[in-house]
Design a protein around this ligand. Structure first.
Ligand SMILES: [Zn+2]
Length: 202
């Protein structure tokens, strides 16, 4: 996975801040990357990002590769994936920006438990594959194909948009920013291999 986020600065805080400014240019709305504007709250988050973001993005890249493997090479969308805190006002856990080339997936990994990160990547990948922002027939077809290939629960055969919007289900965290301040230091022991995911909690 090639990263387009480039910084020449070496301290963790500045690297994290440059990373988030870089993502602003890839987000459909710059304010989605809202933590930048929180002058006090951003210090801990940027410093943690500056140190750990490469390994998190590498993990998300593994999930994208698992999704790619479900399709023939020429059927695969050209995309890039980045972890980032997303402003809570937008009430989204992940975003697929079809307007960038390659397509950009932004995943707020603080909002769901590490074991379920792959599920959100699958959902956003389906938007990229269907090249559709909504949750309609083409999206449902792409998502069903991915779930079949990765051993995830299938959406109901004639699922409506409201059902597809939250598929596959994942478990949320109570305080998304806690992760971004380094509260889940052992996340690498909690992530799952796609295709070996357990059923979601009831
Ligand atoms: Zn969606």
């Amino acid at each position: 996975m090639v990263t387009v986020i480039v910084t020449t600065r070496t301290d963790a805080f500045s690297r994290g801040l440059d990373y988030l400014y870089g993502l602003r240019s890839l987000a459909p709305v710059a304010d989605l990357i809202g933590i930048i504007d929180d002058r006090e709250g951003r210090a801990a988050v940027c410093t943690w990002i500056g140190t750990h973001i490469d390994s998190i993005n590498a993990q998300l890249g593994v999930y994208v590769q698992a999704c790619d493997a479900c399709f023939l090479p020429w059927e695969r969308p050209s995309l890039q994936v980045f972890a980032t805190p997303l402003a809570s006002a937008f009430q989204v856990d992940g975003v697929c920006n079809l307007q960038t080339q390659p397509i950009t997936l932004l995943i707020d990994v603080g909002r769901l438990i590490p074991a379920d990160w792959g599920r959100l990547v699958v959902h956003e990948y389906a938007h990229a594959h269907a090249h559709a922002p909504g949750h309609h027939v083409a999206f449902g077809r792409s998502l069903t194909h991915l779930c079949l290939g990765l051993g995830l629960p299938l959406p109901p055969p004639s699922a409506d948009a409201a059902t597809l919007r939250t598929h596959p289900a994942y478990r949320c965290t109570p305080n998304p920013l806690a992760f971004w301040r380094g509260a889940v230091a052992d996340w690498q022991t909690q992530v799952m291999v796609l295709g070996e995911l357990p059923p979601p909690a009831p």
